[in-house]
Design a binder for this molecule. Structure first.
Ligand code: NAD
Ligand code: GLY
Length: 368
């Protein structure tokens, strides 16, 4: 097992990465479960796969799970589900000193974390991430949010968990497509700040995705450590450092919006394509060798991900994609910062990007 400290001033916590952590849940929670009933928020798919393990782990330590089982999918990050969840937590008489368990992917983690941030002005929660994306990204760092009709993640709070238990066993039931989508966020850490890790992904990414346990532990622990370093320095994304974690997200968000935030394009798939576009756009500006940009595209293609936006069948032009970017929550006084690459392993925040030029670039990419 790897243990990664997240040294946020005043609220440090640990991320444990290993196999079988859920089966030893009560022990790993180290006295944080104070009462017999333990509130656990999850979705139907995760409950079907892992509810029994949680039940047994809690039962063995004299607890009983109080389940809140929600529909799977992005639509669950809504005002309606938030309101119903908070009412349920109040009915369960959850106190500020209690810990709520969030068992699921980024949807459950984001919703539960936000509910914990507002319940009684803030109570504790523990992240039990069950997707690769949640293990390497969303469960760490304290961003919580719901979606509104105006857009994704527009209402939320920074609220750090007390503990994260990333059990690699859960990845065994995760659909391959979801695993690949999470892998985009793993590669992101290499691209934005760690050329050696990108090389590692080149050498071992495919075997890791195929199930090698030691490689999975390394990939998750290394990714979490990278995120922990950034979050420690810039928890609230005010210094321009945490913003680098948005590599690929501005282009990716536009693609997600164009596909209606639907199963046509998962978030991680959009991020992978977005990183290819960010790399190629960096090359267009003369700031990254074209060969490096093509290396990024080739890497995703080789593990079986879509790496060319012309293959999405979008039926729109570059200007339509740029229109989606104008609603990005990162818009700052009329300009949109873009995370671009100077090399594989060095990202930076460009604030001088002309959106007309981005539209022309996207037209080229759509044409192929
Ligand atoms: P998700 O939570 O929707 O999970 C994906 C699907 O996999 C769901 O259908 C779920 O039921 C299923 N699933 C989850 N774990 C499973 C398992 N072990 N076995 C079988 N099925 C399983 O999606 P996600 O990709 O984990 O998260 C996406 C969300 O995360 C988005 O809402 C995004 O905005 C958010 N996010 C947040 C942050 C952050 O910093 N807070 C970062 C990145 C993404
Ligand atoms: N996923 C981006 C962040 O946590 O900042």
């Amino acid at each position: 097992m790897a243990v990664i400290p997240v040294d946020i001033a005043g609220r440090p916590y640990e991320v444990k990465v290993g196999t079988g952590l859920l089966a030893g849940l009560a022990e790993h929670c180290q006295g944080r479960l104070r009462k017999r009933r333990v509130p656990v928020v999850t979705d139907q798919s995760v409950h079907a796969a892992w509810g029994g393990v949680i039940e047994a782990a809690l039962h063995g330590a004299g607890h009983v799970a109080a389940w809140r089982i929600l529909p799977p999918g992005e639509a669950t990050k809504s005002w309606e589900q938030l309101s119903a969840l908070v009412d349920w937590l109040l009915a369960e008489e959850v106190e500020r000193g209690d810990h709520i368990l969030a068992l699921g992917g980024g949807v459950i983690g984001d919703l539960t974390g936000f509910a914990a941030s507002i319940l009684k002005r803030g109570c504790h929660f523990i992240q039990l991430p069950t997707t690769l994306l949640a293990q390497v990204d969303s469960s760490v760092g304290g961003k919580t949010a719901i979606n509104t009709p105006a857009g994704k993640n527009l209402v939320g709070a920074f609220h750090q968990p007390s503990l994260v238990l990333a059990d690699l066993a859960v990845l065994e039931t995760l659909p391959r497509r979801e695993l690949l989508a999470g892998y985009a966020e793993v590669v992101k850490y290499g691209l934005l700040g760690d050329a050696d890790f990108f090389q590692w992904c080149d050498a071992h990414g495919a075997a890791m995705l195929d199930g090698d346990g030691a490689l999975r532990e390394y990939a998750v622990a290394h990714s979490v450590a990278a995120k922990a370093r950034i979050v420690k320095e810039d928890e609230r994304e005010t210094l321009g450092l945490r913003a680098l974690l948005n590599l690929g997200h501005t282009f990716g968000h536009a693609l997600e919006a164009q596909t209606g935030f639907s199963d046509r394009l998962l978030h991680g798939e959009g991020v992978a394509l977005g990183m290819v576009l960010a790399a190629r756009y960096s090359a267009r500006r003369g700031e990254l060798p074209q060969a490096s940009a093509e290396h990024v595209a080739r890497h995703f293609a080789e593990v079986g991900m879509v790496s060319e936006i012309r293959d999405l069948g979008l039926n729109c032009d570059g200007r339509a994609l740029v229109q989606h970017m104008l609603h990005d929550k990162k818009m700052d006084a009329g300009t949109l910062p873009f995370v671009l690459l100077k090399s594989i392993g060095e990202a930076w925040l460009a604030k001088d990007v002309a959106l007309d030029d981005v539209a022309a670039f996207l037209d080229q990419q759509l044409a192929g």
